[in-house]
Design a protein around this ligand. Structure first.
Ligand code: 5CA
Length: 188
């Protein structure tokens, strides 16, 4: 399960960024993939809600490159773009492409960490992450994660905590939708 992290510059960059803020990260590198939140949850033996998705969104900037906005989201949640726009005061905001996410953070999707991007990136954190004493975030590679308290994560990422997740349907509402053939296949 464990492999040495030393010598991997992507992981080391994340560890160094935390160290500069006085936090020592304990990175675990798995043989199996932690590319998705579900895979990461299985690897560390945590609930999916305890996995931090680091999702890159972009807001256009006139005459220049779009500004990245990093959403730190509980693995069980999805970002509501309208809410994210309201929270950030951006009118147009969209998901970064995989290529943009790499260009803007220096990391590939599946390994994008919440910190250590080589430039300051505005970050917004899902309050649901605060329901757990410890959460797990990607450490620069799609096989590497580290545990962190939500409070420490917020400080490390200099994140604003704000509601950016889609409302989850209650079980009753889900049952009603399922009973309505017209709504079958509607995205959950
Ligand atoms: N290592 C895990 C858990 S920490 C991780 O990084 N999860 S993640 O959610 O932050 O990153 C994977 C997510 O990237 C996927 O859930 C998916 O929403 C997103 N993604 C995958 N492919 C693309 C793509 N082509 N463009 C934009 N986003 C993508």
């Amino acid at each position: 399960m464990l492999s040495p992290t030393r010598g991997d510059p992507a992981i080391q960059g994340v560890v160094d960024a935390a160290a500069r803020k006085g936090v020592t990260l304990e990175v675990t590198v798995f043989d199996e993939s932690t590319h998705t939140a579900a895979e990461a949850a299985a690897a560390v033996g945590a609930e999916i809600g305890q996995i931090v998705k680091s999702l890159v969104f972009v807001a256009p900037r006139e005459g220049g490159a779009p500004e990245p906005i990093l959403c730190l989201v509980a693995g069980s949640n999805r970002v509501d773009v309208a809410r994210l726009a309201a929270v950030t005061g951006e009118r147009e905001i969209r998901r970064a492409t995989a290529r943009e996410a790499h260009e803007l953070t220096g990391f590939s999707i599946g390994g994008i960490p919440p910190i250590g991007h080589g430039r300051a990136i505005r970050a917004v954190m899902d309050p649901d992450l605060g329901r757990f004493p410890v959460v797990w975030a990607a450490a620069g590679r799609p096989t590497a994660v580290f545990p962190v308290t939500p409070a420490s994560l917020r400080v490390l990422a200099n994140a604003v905590v704000a509601p950016i997740a889609e409302e989850r349907a209650t079980e009753g509402a889900a049952a009603e939708r399922n009973a309505d053939p017209a709504s079958q296949g509607a995205g959950a």
